[in-house]
Structures are given as C-alpha cells and as structure tokens.
Design a protein around this ligand. Structure first.
Ligand SMILES: Nc1ncnc2c1ncn2[C@@H]1O[C@H](COP(=O)(O)OP(=O)(O)O)[C@@H](O)[C@H]1O
Ligand SMILES: [Mg+2]
Length: 357
C-alpha cells in the first residue's frame, strides 16, 4: 500500500502549461480516478507520478519520500510502481507466461520463484489456463489482463492505469471494470486510474479528481461530485444535464426563454443564474410546475427519452420505462421537477457551450 502526495505541480511543454498548481493526496489503498476531457493533462500527471516526466515545479512524494522535486529525481524503476497503458503493451513473440514473467526475468530472479509468482498473478487475473498461449491467440480483454498481471507481478504498492479499457468493446469494458476493482480490493493496493469515461470513474472510484485544462475542478466521492457539483463544468461532465438561463427572485426562478414560466426556489442566490436540470429529475405530472407540449419520445425499454417544448425551449425528460405512459406527440403535458442545481451566471456556461458547439 502507498500514499501519494502531490504538491503544487505545474508542468509546461514550452509555452503550453498543461498542469497548473496541481495538489492532491491519495491515501493508502484508495482507488483514485483522474477524470477529464481529452487533453486536460491526465496522462501527464500519471507520468509525473511514475517518473517518466519531471514536473516544471512542485513536488511528488510517495509514502512520504520525495521522488520528484527540486534536485531530487528517483527513476521509475525505483518507485515501486506498476503501470498499464491504453494499448496492450504485450510482446507478440512471447507467450503469456514469459510476458508476465518479464519484470522478474530481467532481474534474474530464480526460475522456481518466477514460476510461483506467475502462477499467483495469472490466478488473480483469471488467466491460469492461458500461460502457454501467444497474444495473437487471446481476445483484447485477455491481452489487457496479461498487461495487468505483468504490472502486478513485482507486487507494486502503487498501480497506475492509463485508460486501460478504452480499446475494448462495451460489454468487456463493463466486466473488466468490476475485475479491476475486485483485484484492487483483494490486494489492498493504491490505484490511480486515468479515464475520460465518467461511467468508469463513477463505478470504480473511491474518489474522483475531475480535471479541466490542467486544473482540478473538484475532488470527492462519485456521489459528492454527482450530487453537489461546484460549477457548471462539473455538472455537465458527470451525467446528463441541461442548462437553462434564469432569474432568481421572490422565492422563484423565472425562465425568460420558457415564456416566463418559473419554478419555486428556496436557495440563497438572486439575480441571473444558470439552472442545471438532469433529465431524469423531470417527470410527467398531473399538475406540474412547467407547462409544455410533447415533441418527441423514444421508448428505449429501460427509459423513455422525451423532448418537451416549454415556451421557446426544448427540455429533455427521461422517465423510467416502468412508468411508461402512452402520450401522443403534440399533446399538452405538465412537468414536475424533482431536483435541480443553481449556479451563478458567471459566463462560464457560454464558454463551455462555445467549446461544445
Ligand atoms: N511530451 C509532450 N510534449 C509536448 N506536449 C505534450 C507532451 N505530452 C503531452 N503534451 C500536451 O499536454 C496536454 C495534455 O496531454 P495529456 O496529459 O496527454 O492529456 P490527457 O491524457 O488528459 O488526454 C496536451 O495538450 C498535449 O498535447
Ligand atoms: Mg491520456
């Protein structure tokens, strides 16, 4: 087990500052995910922890020992780290046994000891019967488990995983999530996992660090981040959300683009606000707070995905498939709101939407 302490790490490639004053502490045995859009600096942070990259400024400590910072630099092979990358880094000319044994072979560990270790980790990743196979005879998921076994064989106290599932198909990705999580629990190691996939982050992590443009936006448990996002970026990145421009006053929020319709609001903000509503928090009600017209509905079995026109605004409503009601397109409907989030209208949303469009 290991702790990781990152203090004010900044990293620039030439003029391009890709990490800015990054500070974080990962505790013993935690499953940590660095989550964020492509290019936000996740891989760079992981490579700095591993020692493949040096920070421009700031320090990294592993188990309280300074490994990067100032004049100190401990090379990757001395950091007690296992690492798995996105592409299956298994050698095609070696069978599974030799691939997994490799880190011990190059250290000239006695053959009998290597055999015991390989059998142990192949058991952990459920590949005991595949020791003699070559990578070309394995599925993508099995190859990635070979890479995982090889990362685990030297019994690292810290395991770094960089989008290890992104080359796998959807079903395999889902089952591998549980396998990796289960392995981490069983071995009690600290894992730092990099992904741009919010579902992966939500299902596996003890804590998520959500990053945008090299800066931590929020860190917390999946529940904390999902339910209490600190800004519009976080709300938008985790789960589905629609934003509406509103005006908070007199215990209500009024939406000009919804023909001036409003919803009750008991919170502290006044004036211009961005209201974020998750489509699953809207529902068809007898006597709801927003009145509109049903434009389209898609029955997907588990859910109904609908669009309702409220004034000039198209609102997305996702209802549970069990509650499926036969509604006609063009029918007048009333919407109830279970929950919503209110942010200061700080112009961030416009910036965000510019990026997205
Ligand atoms: N070795 C490098 N030299 C120059 N720029 C780099 C290098 N590695 C990464 N970058 C840049 O740093 C930024 C962050 O990259 P990266 O950490 O790979 O992001 P992520 O893993 O979140 O997609 C990108 O703009 C990328 O082009
Ligand atoms: Mg990356």
């Amino acid at each position: 087990m290991a702790t990781v302490n990152i203090q004010n790490v900044t990293k620039a490639f030439g003029d391009n500052v890709v990490l800015r004053e990054f500070s974080a502490t990962f505790r013993d045995g935690e499953f940590i995910t660095l989550l964020g859009p492509s290019g936000c600096g996740k891989t760079t942070m992981l490579r700095i922890i591993a020692g493949f990259e040096k920070p421009t400024s700031g320090e990294v400590f592993i188990d309280g020992t300074l490994v990067s910072g100032g004049k100190t630099f401990i090379p990757p092979e001395k950091r007690g780290i296992g690492m798995v990358f996105q592409s299956y880094a298994v050698w095609p000319h070696m069978n599974v046994f030799d691939n997994v044994a490799y880190p011990l072979t190059i250290r000239h560990v006695p053959r009998a000891e290597i055999r015991t270790s390989v059998e142990r980790v192949l058991g952990i990743v459920h590949l005991s019967r595949y020791a003699d196979r070559f990578p070309s005879q394995l599925s993508g998921g099995q190859q990635q488990r070979v890479a995982l076994a090889r990362a685990l064989i030297a019994e690292p106290k810290l395991l770094l995983l960089d989008e290890p599932l992104s080359n796998l198909d959807a079903k395999l990705r889902e089952s591998m999530r549980f396998e990796i999580k289960e392995i981490q629990r069983r071995l009690g190691i600290t894992v730092v996992y990099v992904t741009h996939d919010q579902t992966e982050a939500m299902t596996m992590s003890d804590r998520i660090f959500l990053i945008n443009r090299g800066e931590i936006q929020q860190c917390g448990t999946p529940q904390e981040i999902y339910n209490n996002p600190v800004n519009q970026f976080v709300a938008d990145f985790l789960g589905k959300v629609d934003f509406f421009k509103g005006e908070a006053k007199d215990g209500r929020i009024v939406f000009p683009a919804m023909g001036g319709q409003s919803i009750p609001y008991a919170g502290p903000r006044t004036g211009k606000v961005d209201v974020a509503i998750r489509p699953e928090n809207l529902f068809f009600a007898e006597d709801g707070v927003l009145q509109g017209v049903l434009e389209t509905q898609y029955y997907l079995g588990d859910v109904d995905d609908c669009r309702v026109r409220v004034g000039d605004t198209l609102v997305r409503v996702i209802t549970n498939g069990y509650d499926h009601q036969s509604l006609r397109d063009g029918q007048a409907v009333s919407l109830g709101v279970r929950d919503f989030m209110v942010f200061e209208d700080d112009g961030l949303l416009e910036q965000m939407l510019e990026i997205n469009t």
